[in-house]
Design a protein around this ligand. Structure first.
Ligand code: ATP
Length: 242
């Protein structure tokens, strides 16, 4: 059997005395869409930052497309095909959407090629019309998809989306979910998605991973997760809206 796209084994991350991730292990297959949930401070963002080389784990292994990523700098991880969006770091204000995507593409290719990439990313997201809009003039769903477009400029095989749908209404989330699934189908990109909005995660994910205090406490289908007593206690019962 071939190796999964991403294979995370026993990854532990410490910040001083705090174990932000404790022996976390999971895999992501090609084109799989996975939800990563957990209460505030559970370690979701730390998990993403560690995957893309922004934190170095104290121990463990992160194999991506058969290559060990622990110790690799973020730009190398991105070049290998794993990219994350940044929680609360919206697109650069004062720039158009197109220029935002172009800037991301320029990180790894020369100008003429980067222009083609930026145009292609906007087309893939059906956002050609929005390319000339200043970030300030974009709607929230356009901004969410704009972040995806920017990440797409690195030609990922795996995209880690950190709360890109945070400000959206349920109908707007449906639009973004449909776009993510379309991208998966057309480009074979796998996604790991962090969102607090449970309905969106349940709709989007084939499989859900649950973190609590840095430990992976459950993994399963949306149905399995929503009826898992440990998850209900740790997360669903903890006063989350929906
Ligand atoms: N750079 C850092 N230095 C020290 N502690 C950190 C750092 N980054 C995160 N932490 C701590 O690690 C733990 C996990 O934080 P993290 O941001 O990964 O959680 P999260 O699940 O993404 O939370 P949220 O849902 O609120 O975004 C928290 O206790 C947090 O305070």
């Amino acid at each position: 059997m071939s190796e999964p796209l991403l294979s995370v084994s026993d990854v532990t991350v410490r910040f001083g005395g705090l174990k932000a991730l404790n022996e976390v292990a999971f895999t992501v297959g090609e084109g799989e869409v996975i939800g990563l949930i957990g209460p505030n401070g559970a370690g979701k963002t730390t998990c993403f930052s560690t995957l893309v080389g922004l934190n170095r784990p104290k121990s463990g292994s992160i194999r991506f497309q058969g290559q060990e990523m622990v110790g690799s700098k973020p730009h190398r991880v991105a070049r290998a095909g794993m990219t994350k969006t940044f929680q609360n770091t919206a697109l650069f204000p004062g720039m158009t959407l197109y220029d935002n995507v172009l800037t991301a593409a320029l990180g790894h290719e020369p100008l003429a090629q980067a222009r083609e990439t930026a145009t292609r990313c906007l087309r893939d997201l059906h956002m050609e019309e929005a390319g000339d809009l200043a970030v300030e003039d974009m709607t929230f769903p356009q901004r969410a998809l704009g972040e995806v477009a920017r990440a797409l400029a690195t030609s990922p095989k795996l995209l880690l989306l950190d709360e890109v749908m945070a400000a959206l209404t349920p109908a707007e989330m449906d639009e973004v979910i449909a776009t993510i699934l379309r991208l998966r189908d057309s480009h074979g990109i796998a996604f790991v998605v962090v969102e607090h909005h449970m309905k969106a995660i349940m709709k989007l994910s084939e499989r859900i991973l649950v973190l609590n205090f840095g430990e992976l406490i459950a993994s399963g289908t949306p149905d399995e997760i929503s009826s898992n007593p440990a998850v209900i206690e740790a997360y669903l019962g903890a006063g989350h809206d929906d």
